[in-house]
Design a protein around this ligand. Structure first.
Ligand SMILES: [Fe+2]
Ligand SMILES: [Fe+2]
Length: 136
């Protein structure tokens, strides 16, 4: 069973963003599978890179929309993005330096923040952006 099962409650009502969130979910599930299969460090590193890079891409995409539509809570949301990305890069750095394993703890953290962010902070912009995008 996948570590993180997507269901419709995660939808933010904006197709492109849902797709990006699903890719992040898939990257985390892939990492979980790779860890459980005792995959090589090379493969784990590639998945970690993809996850970190794509997280960055996704955050920028949301932030561009905030700017485009004058989302009033953009600053606080951006701060959360920065904190999360920093944490992911820190975990990646620790792992690359050999100070940590990509174990259940890291995966649990990733699943947790993604769920909380998608279901919490991201849901906060849904109504505002959907309305703005509709009239734009
Ligand atoms: Fe998001
Ligand atoms: Fe976000």
């Amino acid at each position: 069973m996948a570590l993180f099962e997507w269901d419709d409650s995660f939808s933010v009502g904006i197709e492109m963003i849902d797709k990006q969130h699903m890719i992040l979910v898939r990257a985390i599930n892939l990492m979980d599978m790779a860890v459980n299969a005792n995959s090589s460090d090379r493969l784990l590193g590639a998945i970690f890179d993809t996850l970190a890079d794509y997280t960055d891409v996704h955050f920028k995409y949301e932030e561009d929309l905030f700017e485009m539509y004058d989302y009033p809570d953009a600053a606080a949301h951006r701060q959360q993005h920065n904190d999360l990305l920093e944490k992911v890069l820190e975990l990646k750095g620790d792992w690359e330096a050999g100070n940590a394993e990509i174990g259940q703890e890291v995966l649990d953290f990733l699943v947790d923040w993604l769920k909380n962010h998608i279901l919490g902070t991201d849901q906060a912009y849904t109504a505002f952006l959907v309305e703005r995008m509709r009239v734009a």
